[in-house]
Design a protein around this ligand. Structure first.
Ligand SMILES: N[C@@H](CCC(=O)N[C@@H](CS)C(=O)NCC(=O)O)C(=O)O
Length: 217
């Protein structure tokens, strides 16, 4: 059985959604983030980065949210949460996964933890302002892509079947909800979010992690 070390609405949310979508047996283990349990000796032995999430199955341990999502999808490939090898859509899927992790997720992390990126408290406001702009650029790019997809009758980021990258993007869009210009203000991101919010795996995880989907209905 898989064990997912998680904390509600953290970077564990995407792996949690993938486990639900795959309908495999798993157990959630809550990391007491409020008491910095992710920095405990026991947790660091599993995940030396001291971050959430971590996936464990038997002796096998994996960290990094995107890697966990991709690994799970590959281990249960019948469910087809990644396009097949050799297909252009697989390359596009990887392109978006890289973009989401290296750009949008990275920018959001700086936005949420500005104090880690400067020496003085005075600089945090500047960082937050700069990050709002960078995140807006990234959300606009994704919104434009979804506009093109709509014109081509494509429902998801890549193709007409939900993929790992859609669950990953859903998590990041939920994080971005508190921005001055949240994803729901972008026409095509709004339509996409509402579409994703009807997915059973997303509904189940949001219920378990106590996130209301009322704004996305
Ligand atoms: N790149 C990592 C980032 C994980 C990450 O930063 N997780 C946050 C929660 S969203 C965390 O564990 N923060 C606690 C800490 O940094 O001490 C991933 O995607 O798994």
């Amino acid at each position: 059985m898989y064990q997912l070390y998680y904390y509600p609405l953290n970077a564990s949310m995407a792996p949690h959604m993938i486990l639900e979508a795959l309908q495999v047996d798993y157990r959630l283990i809550k990391v007491d983030r409020k008491n910095q349990e992710q920095k405990s000796k026991e947790y660091l032995a599993l995940n030396p980065a001291g971050r959430i999430p971590t996936l464990v199955k038997g002796d096998f341990v994996l960290f990094e949210s995107a890697a966990i999502c991709l690994h799970l999808a590959e281990m249960h490939s019948k469910t087809q949460l990644i396009p097949p090898i050799g297909d252009d859509s697989r390359a596009l899927h990887h392109q978006w996964m890289m973009y989401l992790t290296n750009t949008l997720q990275a920018e959001l992390m700086v936005y949420f933890y500005p104090e880690k990126h400067c020496q003085s408290d005075n600089a945090t406001a500047e960082i937050i302002k700069a990050q709002q702009k960078l995140i807006h650029q990234s959300l606009s790019l994704l919104n434009d892509q979804l506009a093109k997809n709509e014109l081509a009758d494509i429902d998801y980021l890549v193709g007409n079947k939900i993929n790992v990258c859609d669950y990953f993007l859903f998590m990041l869009l939920i994080w971005a909800d508190e921005l001055e210009e949240p994803p729901l203000r972008y026409v095509h991101l709004r339509r996409y979010l509402k579409h994703l919010a009807k997915q059973q795996a997303i509904i189940t995880v949001c219920r378990k992690e106590k996130l209301s989907l009322a704004d996305y209905q």
